[in-house]
Ligand binder design. Structure first.
Ligand code: PAF
Length: 287
């Protein structure tokens, strides 16, 4: 595995592969890998001949009072894990290369960025959309792979690629959970043992919602009431948002018609966790 930090060098490398007709997949990450990241990489390994993983803790997507400074970082550990999965290039651009002095261009995906995490984290999706567009230009993959845990992010990126005619296939992959159901996240490392136990209420709430829908519940009110009850009964928690939304537009739904997405963001102590699930009248969903 090669580690490349220079945007011009990664572009030369991927242009070279492209000119030979080689299929390239990109997994964009902010590092501190866990099984969720590795599952995206394994999928990339399966579908493409060359696999690039980018590792960049993007300052533009963190608010002034957020966790940019303490976001977990360990390049040696990440490089060893990426190598093990068979990554061809770990792309680690420095912040000065991504946002050099004089940098002033940002991309906003208007509607989709507004609600949910966009409401609690102003500017977050502008930072995500900007960095993802830059990474797509630099790496020029045929396919870019993202996790469904950041469900709103995935919809924002799909819209970005479609609206700006970026010639890339955007693929979303299922959430990977710990054995007890907690969705994997680099931020889980912030949780104390008591908070870690409380954090399970997100998955408990998701399971309860799925069961309600399978037993015939359709209304937003009944589903969110059950979800809210489970979370508010759990110590150390504070709900940021709970919503039942259309899976693509993310518009709030009053009732489930065929399929909806339950999305939630909950503070557990000082850590904000997100999770989501498909709610389907007709199929039992697994993630
Ligand atoms: O999901 C993430 O890790 C980040 O938001 C991403 C897509 C790598 C952009 O910085």
């Amino acid at each position: 595995m090669e580690i490349i930090s220079n945007p011009a060098q990664i572009r030369r490398q991927t242009q070279d592969w492209r000119s030979q007709g080689t299929k390239i997949a990109l997994v964009p990450t902010m590092g501190y890998f866990h099984e969720g990241h590795l599952s995206l990489m394994r999928y990339g390994r399966e579908i493409a001949t060359k696999l690039v993983v980018s590792l960049f803790v993007n300052p533009a997507q963190f608010g002034p009072n957020e966790d940019l400074a303490r976001y977990p970082r360990d390049l040696d550990r990440d490089a060893a894990m990426a190598q093990e999965v068979g990554v061809d290039v770990l792309y680690t651009p420095p912040a000065e290369a991504m946002y050099p002095p004089g940098y002033q261009t940002y991309v906003t995906v208007e509607e989709l960025s507004r609600g949910l995490c966009g409401a609690s984290r102003p500017g977050h999706f502008r930072g995500v959309a900007t960095v993802v567009l830059k990474l797509l230009h630099q790496v020029q993959p045929h396919t870019a792979i993202f996790g469904e845990k950041d469900y709103q992010q995935l919809q924002v990126i799909r819209r970005l690629a479609a609206d700006l005619d970026v010639p890339v296939e955007i693929v979303g992959r299922p959430i990977v959970r710990e054995a007890d159901g907690l969705a994997m996240s680099s931020r889980n490392t912030y949780l104390s043992p008591e908070e870690r136990a409380s954090a399970l209420c997100l998955f408990r709430a998701i399971k309860a919602a799925r069961e309600l829908v399978l037993s015939g519940a359709k209304s937003r009110a009944s589903i969110l009431e059950a979800v809210r009850g489970i979370i508010t009964a759990t110590p150390h928690t504070n709900i940021d948002y709970l919503a039942l939304v259309h899976p693509e537009t993310l518009q709030e739904l009053e009732t489930i018609q065929n399929e909806a997405r339950l999305v939630l963001a909950v503070w557990v102590g000082k850590t904000r966790l997100i999770d989501n699930t498909l709610l389907s009248e007709s199929r039992l969903c697994c993630v």
